[in-house]
Design a protein around this ligand. Structure first.
Ligand SMILES: Cc1cc2nc3c(=O)[nH]c(=O)nc-3n(C[C@H](O)[C@H](O)[C@H](O)COP(=O)(O)OP(=O)(O)OC[C@H]3O[C@@H](n4cnc5c(N)ncnc54)[C@H](O)[C@@H]3O)c2cc1C
Length: 202
């Protein structure tokens, strides 16, 4: 099982989220030229989307729950977005949350009260979560930790279910920045080695 965690976005759970203009996956910047877009989030995806769409001519507003752009944002992107916000090119509402989306507007709860903006697209870059339900249905158990890491043997990658192996970012549970491409390729080798060992053992 190497299912990653990009299939289940964290939802906003607000009115209007199901409108076709609300996107949990970013495609490319050109369709947003001249459009009023709201980007939700303050991590790498949100920052990339805000910068790219703004550079291709969109009117960009970021809505950010925290009081700053996340510290973990790539070191070459973070100063860029902070400066675009500081010079007013990209508008940002910190300590704020979207509360309602309509076909032509959005409402934002800000520390200074409710703000209503003209809006064409909402880019909800709110992150994703592993398919816990699917994993549970396969019999996989989870450790009693806040990240809900699945139970597996770190030497073989075999889960608590016999002959069911785990690989990739899924192994980190909610800690989705623990495993990535470079450090999880080794999982495949460990799994194949263990399968061969079982075959050779008869
Ligand atoms: C914009 C961006 C940039 C990134 N840059 C880097 C980088 O520079 N370096 C780096 O190391 N990492 C980077 N990452 C992270 C990297 O993409 C992931 O860590 C990596 O893809 C995880 O690999 P994986 O095989 O565990 O899962 P994934 O690559 O997510 O693959 C999971 C696959 O399983 C499929 N799947 C899910 N559920 C089911 C199901 N029920 N049935 C069948 N198939 C299913 C999915 O469709 C998908 O094809 C980046 C991620 C993003 C979004």
């Amino acid at each position: 099982m190497a299912l990653g965690f990009y299939d289940l976005p964290y939802l906003l759970n607000i009115p209007g989220e199901k409108l076709p203009k609300v996107k949990h996956y970013y495609d490319e910047p050109h369709p947003y030229f001249g459009q009023h877009i709201v980007v939700i989030g303050a991590a790498n995806s949100a920052v990339d989307v805000a910068l790219e769409t703004w550079r291709k001519g969109a009117f960009v507003t970021m809505v950010i729950r925290e009081d700053e752009i996340r510290q973990s944002v790539k070191y070459w992107s973070r100063p860029d977005i902070i400066n675009r916000i500081a010079d007013g090119s990209i508008k940002a509402y910190f300590l704020s949350e979207l509360t309602r989306i309509t076909p032509k507007s959005v409402e934002i709860n800000t520390p200074d009260g409710l703000v209503k903006l003209k809006n064409d697209f909402v880019m909800a870059m709110t992150g994703y979560q592993p398919p816990f339900e699917f994993m549970t249905s396969a019999g996989i158990k989870f450790n009693d930790d806040p990240d809900r890491t699945p139970v597996y043997d770190e030497n073989t990658m075999e889960s608590n279910v016999k002959n069911l192996y785990l690989a990739g970012v899924l192994c980190g549970g909610l800690k989705t920045n623990k495993w990535f491409i470079e450090n999880s390729r080794v999982h495949a080798e460990m799994i194949i080695r263990d399968i061969f060992k079982k075959i050779n053992a008869g």
